[in-house]
Design a protein around this ligand. Structure first.
Ligand code: AMP
Ligand code: MG
Length: 352
């Protein structure tokens, strides 16, 4: 007669308890050891780029793919690469549709949308003006008013038509496109999307001051981003802003400029006057959900100037602003004031 072997109850309980303790201690060890940080930096899109990624088995590979994606976007959207979509558009006959990559069509139609929203303060059709001033080229001179008038001929986002379905763009006038104020923000979003798809648990993508954060920060609850002091060397901050995800982009008069006869001329141009915008401002930082929005709006709000910028964001609750003026005031929008911490005694701070 077969005997049924029964496992004593007390032993089963003990075995279960040991198993639970083992699982808990493995979990504890795992919790205590933060995921490994991978960092890669380089010079891309004319600026310093750094990608930091936590965890994920293939973090280093994922970051390399992020850099590759960045180069791909630059090859499509740079004004200085002759084969780029933008160069093709800028040299095509006006009124002739140009076939572009869907990514280019997407960025150009987003750029038009931000131009509409900011009443043309941000305007991707200022290319001729950018070429005329050539700020950052090393041999800049102040253009004559006739030259500026000519460079403004045909400027206006309404002269640009995008057929998103067919990925075709048409210039109605002989304007020149320049995506320098939006492409980095777009690229930061694309890189984050790629890193998330590669199971990276959290990280920071910094494309020359266009910063995107995502996922979990193993070191603290949120991500802390320093806001550059426009009067001091890079890495000196007027304060920090803490966010759990999203984008922080700064447009500053110190990024690219030249000085002639004691006057400083910077690279953020007012599409109405043709001259560098808002001399009373040093920088505008925008906190938004996406990099493309933060990048486009930091440029656009810089052009709008202090008062109009705060009127603008009243209707856009998802966007925060930190403006720094030439007379050393820091004005933080009320929606992000709780996340901002000041870090300098050289400024007057106010919440608006
Ligand atoms: P950002 O650093 O993002 O503010 O972008 C500045 C760059 O965008 C300049 O170097 C120009 O290439 C271009 N740009 C200048 N003024 C404008 C403007 N009003 N709207 C759109 N792009 C601009
Ligand atoms: Mg910008």
């Amino acid at each position: 007669m077969a005997r049924r072997i029964r496992f004593p109850r007390s032993r089963a309980l003990a075995a279960a308890a040991i198993l639970v303790v083992a699982i808990l201690s493995v979990a504890l060890v795992y919790r205590q050891r933060p995921p490994v940080l991978h960092v890669q930096s380089g010079f891309e899109m004319g600026t310093f780029v750094e990608i930091r990624a936590y965890g994920g088995k293939n973090a280093a590979d994922a970051i390399s793919r992020g850099f590759e994606r960045l180069r791909e976007i630059e090859r499509l959207m740079s004004t200085s690469i002759p084969e780029s979509d933008i160069a093709k558009l800028n040299t095509a006959q006006p009124r002739t549709p140009v076939q572009v990559h869907p990514d280019t069509a997407h960025v150009v139609s987003s750029a038009i949308a931000y131009a509409q929203k900011t009443g043309g303060a941000f305007d991707p059709t200022v290319g001729k003006l950018v070429e005329l001033w050539a700020i950052g080229s090393g041999n800049e001179t102040v253009p004559t008013s006739d030259e500026i008038r000519d460079a403004l001929l045909g400027v206006g986002y309404e002269n640009l038509v995008v057929d998103s379905k067919q990925s075709r763009i048409t210039r109605l006038t002989d304007l020149r496109l320049d995506l320098g104020a939006i492409a980095k923000g777009y690229a930061s979003d694309e890189i984050v999307e790629l890193l998330v798809a590669e199971n990276i648990s959290g990280g920071v993508v910094d494309l020359g001051g266009n910063i995107r954060v995502f996922g979990r920060n193993p070191l603290r609850k949120q991500w802390r981003i320093g806001i550059q002091d426009p009067f001091r060397p890079r890495g000196s901050y007027i304060g920090t802003v803490d966010i759990s995800s999203g984008a922080v982009a700064t447009s500053g008069d110190y990024e690219r400029y030249f000085v002639a006869d004691g006057v400083r001329y910077h690279h953020i141009l007012d599409p109405e006057s043709g001259y560098p915008a808002s001399p009373q401002l040093k920088s505008v930082t925008v906190v938004a959900e996406t990099g493309i929005e933060a990048d486009a709006l930091s440029t656009g709000l810089f052009v709008l100037g202090l008062d109009e910028m705060f009127d603008f964001i009243e209707n856009v609750p998802s966007v925060g602003v930190i403006a720094i003026t030439a007379d050393r005031r820091v004005i933080v929008s009320s929606g992000i004031a709780h996340a901002f911490v000041k870090a300098s005694e050289d400024f007057e701070y106010e919440i608006r």
